[in-house]
Write a protein that binds this ligand. Structure first.
Ligand code: HSE
Length: 324
């Protein structure tokens, strides 16, 4: 059976989940893919923390080039997060002939063109399913099963932390700051949760969705964005009295030739399917000219759901790795 070697950059929440899934489901993955997928090396900035999280010492290195420049490694999973040095590492990996998989929405949204063009120029795959919607396989569906559609609208709850906070405030009467702390403990929030609560993370994801759905790249910073940090319990109660819920909605809609887009808190009537998306769950609600309306729903954050999407990309690439 062909052996495919993976290099992991980072050993945080998502990388840890990816590592565990590849180990736990190794047998069924090799049966389905026809490859033995092995994590060969892991770059960790804080080795002691990574070892404490269960990383075997023989795989660990604090020198990123030992992973990127290892000729035996086929695919790099970049999961250190942030725009730099993550983008630099991905570009370097592609130039070294390695396929790249990432859940890193900030880096993909900031440098979409350079990353995709560098992958093409170096004849390698670049996949980022986990960057939007955690475990929801929407990006692959948009690019494959739905690619015959002209998309008219995309509307999503794409940030688990803010949806978790709003749900806890609404269903449990929890204070904003307690709900945020809870989301951080559960591993949903970004290292700096300002990116979550101010809508920046959702804007990164909307930028990626717009590129794939409408072939239009908009820099995340150019998307009109309002977060949830000013939402009060009174706003939540007012929404309830109108038989609605407040949700942080990332949306883009074709209006004639123009694309209208924003990230902002929106009052969603309880009769709309997006109103029932609660806690860390995400949903992406799409309208295509042929398929009509459809909704993808699932866990939008967390080690295993996000790791599931990363592993799916790793498997898809492994099937194409030409090595026996
Ligand atoms: N901080 C992100 C969220 C993680 O809460 O959705 C998943 O992208």
């Amino acid at each position: 059976m062909k052996k495919v070697k993976i290099g992991l950059l980072g050993f945080g929440t998502v990388a840890g989940g990816t590592f565990d899934i590849l180990k736990k489901n190794a047998k069924l993955i090799s049966k389905r893919s026809g490859c033995e997928i092995e994590v060969a090396k892991v770059f960790a900035r804080n080795i002691e923390k990574a070892l404490a999280k269960g990383l075997p010492a023989e795989l660990a290195t604090s020198n990123v080039d030992e992973v990127i420049c290892d000729d035996t490694i086929d695919t790099i999973v970049e999961a250190i997060g942030g725009i730099e040095p993550a983008t630099e590492y991905m570009l370097k990996s592609m130039k070294a002939g390695k396929h790249v998989v990432t859940p890193n929405k900030a880096a993909v949204a900031a440098n979409y063109k350079e990353l995709t063009e560098t992958a093409i120029a170096n004849n390698v795959s670049f996949r980022f399913e986990a960057s939007v919607g955690g475990g929801i396989p929407a990006l692959t569906a948009i690019q494959e099963a739905l690619s015959g559609n002209e998309f008219l609208e995309v509307m999503g709850i794409v940030n688990g932390t803010t949806n978790y906070i709003l749900s806890c405030m609404q269903a449990d009467g929890m204070e904003y700051k307690d709900a945020l702390k809870d989301a951080q403990i559960k591993g949903f929030a970004e290292a700096d949760p300002t990116a979550d609560v101010e809508g920046v993370d959702a804007a990164n994801k909307l930028s990626i969705l717009m590129t794939l759905c409408f072939d239009k790249y908009v820099k995340p910073g150019d998307i009109p964005t309002t977060g949830i940090s000013n939402i009060t319990m009174k706003d939540i109660e007012d929404a309830e009295s109108k038989d609605s819920k407040i949700k942080l909605i990332a949306s883009a809609k074709l209006s004639g030739d123009q694309l209208e887009y924003s990230v902002k808190p929106v009052l969603i009537p309880n009769s709309h399917p997006l109103a029932s998306v609660s806690r860390e769950y995400n949903a992406i609600y799409l309208t295509g000219d042929a398929v009509g309306e459809l909704m993808f729903y699932g866990a939008g954050a967390g080690a295993f759901p996000t790791g599931s999407a990363v592993v799916g990309d790793v498997i898809a690439i492994s099937k194409t790795v030409n090595k026996y």
